[in-house]
Design a protein around this ligand. Structure first.
Ligand code: CMC
Length: 430
């Protein structure tokens, strides 16, 4: 197929401005509008970036109309079936699946970096007892920059690798510490003989006074959820990490910015919002009334866990999570009425013209909270779970950007709508 060509015509003088097509391996081409201002004195305008590519990237591909999600070319469902989260993390960071020796070396390196500096532990006691774990996560991850502060090393591949391994290894320790602070229990040190997810469950739920055995069903379920959350190309939090990182800031500070962006209910905070919504609905008999409210634009109520900027079809992650949800609840012998409620909501929404016309389908967050709840994870820890998994994507995108010789500071423009230039009158005359 020939490369499509596009141009803009300046109607004032008939001048044609070519917009070179930027092609990738899959998906639509991008139009390079970088010279439009220089040549025509106008900006392009796309609030919310519905049609705007901020970068080229070789990490993740999404076809939202077909419901396709690939990490480095591999369908996410295949990765969830055949690989561990650590294998997928290696893939996302390095571009290829590891062989046995590469996986062993990577896994050992991650295990070696799980501890946090003792003085960092002290930061947690500075938070109020009721601080949200995402607030603590944002603050403490940002504080890692005070421990690892030589940003001139960003250009050194080995230093980027150490940063990646440290960040992936320490984020579960920090999230578990935030939880322990929240429930008023002593911190539990990482146990490096445990795999990634078992270690996290141990740090969250063990107490020094008693032995704790990680349930392998819970660890496996978490591992699959983490694979599904590991990356999602230029979403709001990843774009935030890239934007912060493009200034050359400390990479730990850039990750903290990503965590802050993830927290919002339109993004990673949706998993917590779904459970709160199910609580509020309470019973299947209230579902129809709730759906009427959702469709009434004046109410401002949204069906949380539904809709996506990119997927206009089933979110492939939601399909896998829905299936996992049934499996995990059965394996753990949990009978959760909220699952029935969620299924009823889904059934009504999928058959309702409002949702059909807007192509609104369940997203990754619709069922994940029900699994987290069955694993004993409290609702305010749902978004930190998402953050742990997405750290892999954030780190990979930061590294991809920093190692690109064409990297420039991200600096969008605006259409100014304020007052035209005017003169200041002295205070007495105002
Ligand atoms: N419930 C009811 N109506 C909705 C919903 C919803 N969940 N989502 C979108 N709409 C309607 C919206 O009101 C609009 O209607 P109209 O055309 O009549 O004005 C139309 O659908 C398009 O919505 P939009 O807000 O322009 O779409 P967007 O691409 O800007 O927003 C979204 C995407 C995910 C923020 C939105 O669908 C939403 O708020 N969903 C609920 C929150 C949620 O589940 N977020 C998790 C996203 S997946 C995980 C992640 O990425 O972190």
């Amino acid at each position: 197929m020939s490369t499509p060509s596009f141009s803009l015509v300046n109607n004032a003088n008939g001048e044609k401005i070519d917009l070179p097509a930027v092609g990738g391996t899959l998906g639509p081409v991008g139009l390079d509008v970088g010279k439009v201002y220089d040549k025509a004195g106008v900006f392009t305008y796309d609030p919310g970036f519905s049609s705007t590519c901020s970068t080229k990237s070789a990490i993740t591909y999404i076809d939202g109309d077909a419901g396709v999600l690939l990490y480095r070319g591999y369908p996410v469902a295949q990765l969830a079936e055949h690989c561990s989260f650590i294998e997928v993390a290696y893939l996302i960071l390095n571009g290829e699946l590891p062989n046995a020796a590469e996986l062993e070396a990577f896994d050992q390196s991650i295990r070696k970096h799980t501890m946090i500096n003792e003085s960092l532990k002290g930061f947690f006691s500075g938070f109020r007892y009721d601080a949200h774990p995402m607030a603590m996560l944002t603050g403490v991850v940002g504080s890692l920059s005070a421990f690892y502060h030589d940003t001139t090393n960003n250009k050194d591949p080995r230093h980027r690798e150490i940063f990646a391994h440290r960040m992936i290894a320490k984020i579960p320790t920090i999230a578990a510490a935030a939880y322990k602070r929240h429930v008023g229990q002593p911190f539990m040190y990482p146990q490096n003989h445990l795999d990634y997810c078992s270690n996290l469950l141990h740090m969250m739920f063990a107490v020094p006074a008693e032995p704790y055995h990680v349930n392998p069903v819970a660890a496996k379920a978490l591992d699959i959820l983490f694979i599904l959350h590991a990356d999602h190309e230029q979403n709001a939090s990843t774009s935030t990490v890239r934007m912060a990182g493009s200034t050359g800031t400390n990479p730990y500070a850039a990750i903290a910015a990503g965590i802050a962006a993830l927290w919002g209910p339109s993004h990673g905070g949706a998993n917590e919002a779904v459970l709160n919504m199910l609580d509020e609905i309470g019973d299947v008999k209230h579902v129809q009334g709730f759906m009427d409210k959702v469709k009434d634009k004046q109410s401002g109520v949204r069906l949380m866990g539904f809709g996506h900027r990119v997927y206009k079809n089933f979110d492939p992650r939601a399909t896998i999570i829905r299936e996992q949800c049934h499996k995990v609840l059965k394996a753990l012998n949990v009978n959760d009425p909220q699952l029935e409620l969620a299924m009823k909501l889904e059934e009504i929404a999928l058959n309702d013209d409002y949702f059909k016309a807007r192509k609104l389908y369940p997203n990754v967050d619709f069922y994940s909270g029900i699994i987290y709840k069955a694993l004993g994870i409290p609702v305010n820890m749902f978004t930190p779970m998402f953050a742990i998994a997405r750290t892999v994507g954030w780190v990979a995108h930061w590294a991809e950007m920093i190692s690109d010789p064409a990297m420039r500071i991200a600096r969008p423009r605006q259409v100014y709508t304020g007052a035209p230039e005017r003169s200041v009158s002295p205070l007495a005359q105002r």
